[in-house]
Design a protein around this ligand. Structure first.
Ligand SMILES: [Zn+2]
Ligand SMILES: [Zn+2]
Length: 258
């Protein structure tokens, strides 16, 4: 898994199993996407099966039609998200229902609606060897989300803001209410509460969608570290402007000493 960018300036990540390649979210321009791949010494993939879009906000969806045209693949989204995106007429769309599972190649994908100010889904990607949860853009942790994530090996979890930094920061009052509200974004403490509540600690947690204005990486990290305790979970932070590689590929590279 490669997180190409994470945050309100644009989100995109690449999932690669043995047989299937999927782009998740399309918030970075195509040019930027290519630059991010170049930054980790590789070309953009040429065998993308789908561009999966979590919700219609532009930091996730703005370039979906461009990606679909460049990679010659469909956009996958819920019907309501597809309607809310500005897709070109030529873009192929395949919808899925929130709450239902579906497959793309050898990756099975479980979905669950989560509370945000646009219809939004948490995703759980499962292959024969691992599972990855992706949970960003939610205002609070709904009942049952911990259970949904109970078996995931790698968890990509929003840790958007520190409430004090948000309250005293430069955002206008209406935006502060939106971000901090129950349909906005998860605070560090909310993310930590979810981590602390998980029955099985994931092998790796990546904190996602950190605000560059209302959060600081040290605060997000120390909050999550305290919640995870000594359960042996590896903790990393996704970045807005730099790609990071996560999960099985990363592990095997480490084992090979690369
Ligand atoms: Zn977002
Ligand atoms: Zn959003």
């Amino acid at each position: 898994m490669t997180i190409l960018g994470s945050g309100s300036e644009g989100n995109a990540l690449l999932l690669e199993s043995l047989a299937t390649t999927v782009l998740v979210d399309a918030g970075l321009s195509y040019r930027m996407l290519v630059q991010r791949f170049a930054a980790i010494g590789r070309a953009a993939p040429n065998d993308v099966s789908a561009v999966l879009v979590t919700h219609s906000h532009s930091d996730h969806a703005a370039n979906a039609s461009t990606y679909a045209a460049r990679f010659d693949c469909p956009v996958r989204a819920t019907e309501v998200t597809a309607r809310g995106m500005r897709l070109r007429a030529s873009t192929r769309v395949e919808t899925f229902s929130a709450g239902r599972a579906f497959r793309i190649g050898d990756i099975s994908i479980r979905t669950r609606a989560i509370p945000h100010d646009a219809p939004q889904v948490a995703l759980l990607f499962e292959t024969r060897v691992t599972s990855v949860g992706l949970v960003t853009d939610l205002g609070h942790v709904p009942e049952g989300l911990g259970r949904f994530l109970s078996e995931c090996e790698t968890l990509l979890l929003e840790s958007n803001h520190d409430p004090d930094m948000l309250a005293t920061g430069p955002y206008p009052a209406v935006l502060k209410r939106r971000v901090g509200g129950s349909l906005g974004h998860l605070s560090n403490a909310q993310a930590s509460d979810l981590l602390a509540s998980l029955d099985h600690a994931p092998r790796e947690v990546v904190l996602m969608h950190l605000s560059e204005t209302n959060n600081c990486p040290l605060l997000a990290r120390s909050s999550a570290e305290a919640a995870l305790g000594d359960r042996g979970t590896k903790l990393r932070l996704a970045k807005q402007r730099q790609p990071i590689e996560v999960g099985a590929v990363h592990e095997s590279q480490l084992q090979l000493g690369l």
